[in-house]
Design a protein around this ligand. Structure first.
Ligand code: IVH
Length: 664
């Protein structure tokens, strides 16, 4: 390849990766598998290296550069103000009266948006390129965190559409609740400290000095303001939000233009219910005068503009009593204390348990058995104990003490240096065995249908299974003695276990449950060491040469494979036909290129993820809902509303055999 060809190829790869990013994040409809994405990125990275074709806006630059010691300080050309708050409707009416009085008329409108609970950031684009990302700091000057900002996949490095030469975007960085919970769970499992809420996690992450760590945290962003230096007083908030969307940023989907304060009240009332279905945290609604020219007249105080106000929701909290502090044993032996509460109703559900995270957290909040406590739904999903309500009771229980032995199996507990969690040292401890098996069968690992918590519990308590190879020794007749296990479901489970032997090497590596080896690390390991023999022979130094792997992960992989029991287990799994070597890249075809599919119902032979993988391998894409843009609905048994919607829209409905014909 010569330089000109390389340049062309590099451009092509950048476009393809940027499109994949958009599809993944803006439309939640992946265009390619993660593996394909990583492969393209690798190819791009190596071409850029070889032909010296680096560019600050290349998607390879998102992965994060070198750690820095301190962030440089940046001045904000326009101060980043905060908002005044109100908690009730009278104060909101007062706000409107003030606006009315200062303007002297009522021909203004209000834009309402959600108030995201994250961290304010500022972006600067010059000639369409992202040149700066900064924190709010004290509002006048903040930290230049550009390297970290570049890792956020929601933030375009290059703007699309028509845009002014220089512009500034303001918005909120945040974490989705599910991603936050997942991150915290794995941190707890690894014995690391957990974040109290998505906001702290976001702020803590964006202030890290190593952008490659930031790149692995699930940070996202909503834009809420656009600053263009052209003195156009005719602009409105509505136009700015539309423009932000057009140039490639995410804006509030729940924005409403209101012609008076009465409409604003209605919007706020409806949000009390909408917020429960959101996948991220909001702590209120922001009300902004829509017209720029009126904003100018209204001006601002030292801290906040007079043209906007935040109407905040009360946090959802309730008081309960701690009946007991139970201890849960996790997959890697981590002991997590959990408060067993007197049932209390909170944000529409009954809460009976709340995580206490670890011993340190309990001592910090001085939580004891029998205490009255304030419970809050952090991130609306995980209940937490915020604080103790009543402290001065002479009959108050003793301070909490972690036992010296495992509450389940009696083995000694240890705390590793630098960690906050205690661990059980017996890896045959029943809860550990159960969670290892659940992890092995989980969707991102071996994806064994029908092998959920209840079945695993029974398999372990009937001593049918204690290790992964035991699963592959099971026969349908072993299962029929289990509760709620008919002949049919027993056969299905055995078939599911059998099918799992076809899972690719990287999934098998992930399924083994090696400490610190998540999906990404497993994939990197599989790429760098294409056979298990090579991986088992690799020393820590060669493991550390892999991109995402540092000494901590390398040490853990090494000690896993140094254990003769684990080596024996791998041998056994190989004998059952599990894949322990990387596949050759699947032959690419573009038979389905540009075609969009929706899957519905149960297909006779393919699982959903297999069907999706096949479609993608042939250049098609899969989206979740039927629309005019859908080309085919691939329908199996018991297809529901998607089937009828497709009929209504006149979209072709095909079955599995016709699908196979298409890709033949
Ligand atoms: S507009 C002049 N819109 O709330 C200030 N702010 O106290 C303009 N925030 O840290 C801010 N969602 O980051 C605006 N839709 C939204 C917002 C929002 C969250 C945050 C903002 C700032 C704080 C203001």
């Amino acid at each position: 390849m010569n330089h000109a060809e390389a340049k062309k190829k590099v451009q092509h790869l950048r476009d393809k990766i940027n499109k994949a990013n958009d599809a993944y994040y803006q439309e939640a409809a992946p265009l390619m598998s993660d593996r394909e994405y990583d492969r393209l990125l690798d190819e791009l990275r190596s071409l850029e290296e070889r032909f010296d074709l680096h560019s600050p806006d290349s998607p390879t630059r998102r992965i994060g550069g070198k750690p820095t010691k301190d962030f440089p300080t940046v001045q904000h050309p326009v101060p980043m103000l905060s908002l005044s708050n109100t908690y009730n409707s009278e104060e909101l009416d007062d706000f409107d009266r003030r606006v009315h009085k200062l303007l002297g008329h009522d021909s203004y409108r209000y834009m309402t948006e959600l108030k995201y609970d994250g961290m304010a950031i500022r972006l600067r684009y010059e000639y369409g390129r992202l040149v700066l990302g900064a924190t709010r700091g004290d509002g006048i000057q903040g930290d230049d965190i550009t390297a970290n900002i570049r890792t956020i996949r929601d933030i375009p490095l290059n703007l699309s559409g028509n845009h002014p030469a220089v512009l500034e975007v303001r918005g909120e960085a945040y974490m989705e609740l599910a991603a936050f919970a997942k991150m915290n769970n794995s941190r707890a499992e690894e014995g690391l400290s957990v974040f109290a809420n998505p906001r702290n996690a976001t702020a803590g992450t964006l202030k890290l000095q190593d952008p490659s760590i930031v790149a692995r945290r699930p940070i996202r962003m909503f834009a809420y303001d656009l600053l263009i230096d052209d003195n156009n007083r005719e602009r409105t908030q509505q136009e700015k939000l539309d423009m932000l969307e057009e140039i490639g940023l995410r804006v509030c989907e729940h924005r409403t233009l209101c012609s008076d304060i009465g409409e604003v009240h209605k919007v706020i009332a409806s949000w009390a219910t909408i917020r429960k279905d959101l996948s991220y945290e909001t702590d209120g609604v922001v009300i902004k005068v829509n017209e720029e020219r009126y904003r100018e007249i209204l001006g601002q105080t030292a801290k906040a503009p007079r043209w906007a106000i935040a109407c905040k929701f009360e946090a959802e909290q309730a008081v309960s009593r701690i009946r007991d502090i139970a201890l849960q044993v996790g997959r890697l032996g981590t002991i997590t204390p959990v408060a067993e509460l007197e049932p209390v109703s909170l944000a529409g559900t009954t809460v009976k348990r709340a995580t206490l995270h670890n011993e340190e957290e309990i001592h910090r909040k001085d939580i004891r058995r029998g205490d009255q406590v304030m419970v809050e739904k952090a991130g609306e999903i995980i209940p937490q104990v915020v604080s103790v309500v009543r402290q001065n009771d002479p009959d108050r229980g003793k301070p909490f003490r972690m036992p010296e032995t495992c509450p389940d199996c009696g083995a000694i507990l240890v705390k590793l240096p630098g960690e906050v969690a205690w661990r059980c040292t017996n890896n045959q401890c029943p809860p550990q065995v159960r969670s290892r098996l659940e992890h092995f069968a989980s969707r991102d690992a071996m994806d064994i249908d029908g092998l959920g918590q209840a079945v695993v519990d029974q398999l372990v308590s009937h001593q049918l299974v204690t290790t992964f190879p035991d699963l592959y020794r099971l026969k349908a007749e072993d299962l029929v003695s289990l509760e709620r296990m008919g002949e049919k479901s027993a056969q299905n489970l055995i078939a599911g276990i059998e099918r799992s032997t076809q899972k690719p090497y990287e999934k098998v590596l992930y399924a083994l449950g090696i400490r610190f080896v998540g999906i990404t690390v497993a994939r990197d390991l599989a790429n760098a060491f294409p056979t298990i023999e090579e991986l088992m022979a690799a020393d820590e130094a060669s493991l550390c040469e892999v991109d995402s792997i540092g000494p901590r992960i390398a040490g853990s992989v090494r000690s896993f494979f140094d254990n003769p029991d684990n080596r024996g287990m791998v041998e056994e799994l190989i004998s059952f036909g599990l894949r322990f070597r990387a596949d050759k890249e699947p032959a690419e075809s573009d038979t389905l290129s540009g075609r969009s599919f929706v899957l519905t119902g149960t297909l006779p032979t393919l699982t959903r993820s297999e069907a999706k993988e096949l479609i993608e391998q042939h250049g098609g894409k899969v989206t979740s809902s039927v629309s005019k843009k859908t080309d085919y609905v691939l329908a199996g048994d018991e297809a529901g509303s998607k089937h009828s919607k497709a009929e209504k829209l006149g979209i072709r409905i095909i079955d599995e055999p016709s699908f196979f014909k298409m890709i033949k």
